[in-house]
Design a protein around this ligand. Structure first.
Ligand SMILES: O=C(O)C[C@@H](Cc1ccccc1)C(=O)SCC(=O)c1ccccc1
Ligand SMILES: [Zn+2]
Length: 156
């Protein structure tokens, strides 16, 4: 597994819509492995394929407690492929987010408190889940990356 270069703001790939994954083969598995290695090296709690210059609709979420979110759950990294947000709560929460592609910036962002999501895992199985709190926040942040949206387009 390799630490890949991370695209920073201004790179056009960050503003592009990622492409759906249709073949769940070894190349997708090795990309996921490199994304995980890269995320861990950058001390992130998530990373999306466009951030490592790949236009695949895929990201990793890996919540862990941290100074900003001390009650965040400690979770094993989850590989999310072809993500969909099926339902969103009306209730919103405001919190600070960082972005590996926008170094040294913290932006307060409104996010849905709860979301119903659907995605494929690395084996191509369809997963449905309801996410709340910090994990829901990470999913929405990474989902934005798949749509070509960063914190800079969301900050208010
Ligand atoms: O740029 C990314 O997608 C990774 C990003 C994920 C994220 C952080 C905070 C809220 C939502 C999504 C990061 O991991 S930023 C850097 C970081 O290590 C961090 C930032 C805030 C809290 C915990 C970690
Ligand atoms: Zn980001």
């Amino acid at each position: 597994s390799a630490v890949l270069p991370i695209a920073t703001v201004g790179e056009k790939i960050l503003a592009q819509h990622a492409q759906a994954v249709t073949v769940f083969d070894v190349s997708i598995q090795s990309l996921a492995d490199d994304m995980l290695t890269t995320m861990l090296a950058a001390n992130g709690v998530g990373i999306a394929a466009p951030q490592v210059f790949s236009s695949a609709a895929m990201f990793i979420m890996a919540s862990r407690p941290n100074p900003r979110y001390p009650d965040a759950p400690n979770m094993r990294p989850v590989v999310v492929i072809n993500p969909r947000i099926l339902e969103t709560s009306t209730q919103m929460e405001l919190a600070e987010e960082g972005c590996l592609s926008i170094p040294d910036q913290r932006v307060k962002i409104w996010r849905h408190a709860q979301i119903k999501v659907q995605y494929h895992d690395l084996n191509g199985n369809l997963i449905s889940d309801i996410l709340v709190g910090f994990v829901a926040r990470i999913f929405q942040h990474e989902f934005d990356h798949i749509q070509g949206i960063t914190l800079l387009e969301r900050s208010n």
